[in-house]
Design a protein around this ligand. Structure first.
Ligand code: NDP
Ligand code: 8X3
Length: 254
């Protein structure tokens, strides 16, 4: 079995690649940071003796996506599972003061990148009449919170695309699932706050967020259900988080 994970250089994508490799799956891992891709690939091959192909490209650029998928050698062509994970939040501002470059980055990565990858990878799945696409949405795709406007809109788009894809790909025996996490401690908040590590850390002050491994386990679980079962949609939260903004924190935490 072969899994393609986008955004496997960090966080949820990296943990997902590790868990599938541990279970004997071959992998295609993608991201923009070549050095990180190579080191994840070396680790997976050495530890788990699986085959790993690295593809270094930006999901926002359709010709890069198209060329990367065309360049895949025969032994890696039959992708069984696509995990559309690459994504980000950039900034947290009221709509009237949003940074345009943040908006473009989120829309281009979270919506257009996911669409480009799906379009190119599902062609082979349709030919083989078999496949599974797992889209990483968010609690931000189910609810909207103050200053989250555009990020929430991109994840609401993922929610809609997840449903649309499932309908369109139904005649082709392709399963489609969305995993929608609450707070997960990865590089997500560091990216959101443009590299401000202190600010990023404070997001998780006095609470236990999810770990990327928790999401990897959920992705692995949905991908290993029997052929007649599809998990449509999962919302997974830290036990101290009831909704996007209702979080119980230890009052002694700094
Ligand atoms: P990380 O920042 O740790 O990982 C993001 C990954 O996406 C990296 O591997 C990065 O690789 C890749 N990526 C980002 N932009 C691009 C791009 N333009 N082209 C290719 N790859 C790209 O964050 P997470 O692991 O937390 O995020 C993974 C997904 O989970 C995202 O879709 C996020 O929205 C979602 N999510 C996260 C939550 C959280 O609280 N952490 C909660 C809910 C959903 P590189 O930089 O090398 O290109
Ligand atoms: C990430 C979770 O609540 O920061 O998608 O939007 S949240």
């Amino acid at each position: 079995m072969l899994v393609l994970v986008t955004g496997a250089t960090s966080g949820i994508g990296k943990s997902t690649a590790q868990l599938f490799a541990k279970n004997g799956y071959d992998l295609i891992i993608t991201g923009r940071r070549k050095d990180r891709l190579e080191s994840v690939s070396k680790e997976l091959q050495a530890t788990y003796k699986v085959k790993v192909l690295t593809l270094c490209f930006d999901v926002r650029n359709f010709s890069e996506v198209e060329n990367a998928i065309k360049s895949i050698p025969a032994e890696f062509k039959n992708i069984d599972i696509l995990v559309n994970n690459a994504g980000l939040a950039a900034g947290l501002s009221a709509i009237q003061s949003g940074d345009l470059s943040h908006w473009e980055r989120m829309i281009d990565t979270n919506i257009k990148g996911l669409l480009y990858m799906t379009r190119e990878v599902c062609k082979g799945m349709i030919e083989r009449k078999k496949g599974h696409i797992v889209n990483i949405g968010s609690i931000a795709g189910k609810e909207v919170y103050a200053n989250g406007n555009v990020y929430c809109a991109t994840k609401h788009a993922v929610d809609a695309l997840n449903k649309g894809m499932r309908i369109d790909l139904l005649p082709h025996n392709i399963k489609v699932t969305a995993i929608n996490p609450g707070m997960v401690e990865t590089e997500f908040s560091i990216v959101r706050f443009d590299g401000d590590e202190e600010k990023a850390k404070s997001v998780y002050n006095g609470m236990q967020p999810l770990k990327p491994e928790d999401i990897a386990e959920t992705i692995y679980w949905v991908a290993t259900r029997p052929a007649h079962v599809n998990i449509n949609d999962v919302i997974i939260m830290p036990n101290v988080q009831a909704s996007a903004t209702n979080v119980i924190r230890d009052s002694n935490a700094k």
